[in-house]
Design a protein around this ligand. Structure first.
Ligand SMILES: Cc1cc2nc3c(=O)[nH]c(=O)nc-3n(C[C@H](O)[C@H](O)[C@H](O)COP(=O)(O)O)c2cc1C
Length: 316
């Protein structure tokens, strides 16, 4: 195992809970993963400092093995400064690596990561001063900027391009997947979709059930859920939510409750449903990776982490 990652992330094992909007709305899931020995990243989305501050304090007050993620086009600058000063780790996604942002994170005292979809982007992250990169394969769940390579070819290209520690993301949901990513040269694994089906997940139960029932080929890349976004783009989502949004006879899908705010979600809006959301839940985006096919039950996050951990020892 690459000791550089466990040192940078201040965790026992290099398995990272992906930042997932609406799935980690509260600190519950990140705390459970960090307490079980992994590293956890909280999604800041566009939250203002008043909403992000209490969550970051709850996380860093309990464990050093946590960080904050920013979707650059949605990012609140005050929230970024707050995270860089209070958390040990900050990472970015959905924008070209930016040395000024990396410097801001380092000036606050945090380690800086960038989630990338190509070798060129990994090179730019290294040149910008990042401490690590996350290589996000095409099979992964959630939003994308480009039509990139799937995880194995992406990892090969990124490992050749940079000397930084590399975390693999996309399609990893089992001990076998963790072992495969490490055997392919990654220093660690970022896991998203599997943790949507955890006891601590804030995802709406209908979304969780759909993931448990889905096969790998039910998670498709679409451009359907872009309404109201500053930067529209492709995203991998369950096919059923596209069909339900198309069939929706209303301009509103419903209301999502997130970090104390009530967000009105239009038809084809990008915000996925938390457990307290109301409206036509099935027509909201059920983001998921092809890894959904390997998710067959809802489990405590600590049990999921201990299952994934077996992939590290299996390789050793
Ligand atoms: C529901 C969901 C929400 C996500 N939200 C974010 C996010 O806010 N920021 C981010 O950088 N990545 C986000 N991602 C992408 C993850 O960081 C990660 O790349 C992906 O989950 C890995 O693939 P997997 O889902 O197959 O494990 C999200 C993914 C999912 C499934």
């Amino acid at each position: 195992v690459d000791g550089r990652l466990t040192d940078l992330l201040r965790c026992e094992v290099p398995i990272q809970l992906a930042p997932m909007g609406s799935v980690s709305a509260t600190p519950a899931l990140p705390l459970a993963v960090a307490r079980a020995g992994g590293h956890a990243v909280y999604p800041a989305l566009g939250l203002p400092p008043q909403a992000l501050g209490p969550v970051v304090d709850a996380l860093v007050g309990a464990t050093p093995a946590v960080g904050v993620n920013f979707i650059v086009p949605l990012m609140d600058r005050g929230s970024l400064e707050l995270a860089a000063e209070r958390a040990g780790y900050v990472d970015f996604f959905l924008a070209e690596p930016d040395p000024a942002l990396v410097r801001l994170v380092h000036d606050g005292g945090a380690v800086c990561g960038w989630q990338v979809e190509s070798a060129d982007e990994a090179r730019a992250a290294e040149a910008s001063g990042c401490d690590l990169v996350i290589a996000k394969g095409w099979e992964s769940g959630g939003r994308k900027r480009i039509e990139g390579a799937t995880l194995l070819p992406l990892l090969d290209a990124v490992l050749d391009a940079v000397a930084l520690p590399v975390i693999a993301a996309g399609g990893i949901a089992t001990a076998r997947g963790v072992a495969a990513a490490l055997a392919a040269g990654a220093g660690g694994a970022r896991v998203g979709t599997r943790f949507i089906a955890s006891d601590e997940s804030d995802a709406h139960p209908e979304w969780v059930r759909a993931i448990v029932e889905a096969s790998a080929d039910d998670a498709v890349v679409s451009t359907a859920f872009n309404e109201g976004l500053p930067q529209p783009g492709p995203h991998r989502v369950l096919r059923s939510s596209i069909a339900a949004a198309e069939a929706l006879d209303d301009r509103q899908a419903g209301v999502v409750t997130l970090a104390g705010a009530e967000i009105s979600v239009p038809r084809f809006g990008a915000v996925p449903p938390t457990r307290d959301s109301t409206g036509t839940i099935a027509a909201m985006p059920f983001y998921a990776g092809q890894s959904a096919g390997a998710v067959t039950a809802v489990q405590p996050a600590a049990d999921i982490l201990s299952d994934l951990r077996a992939g590290i020892t299996a390789r050793v």
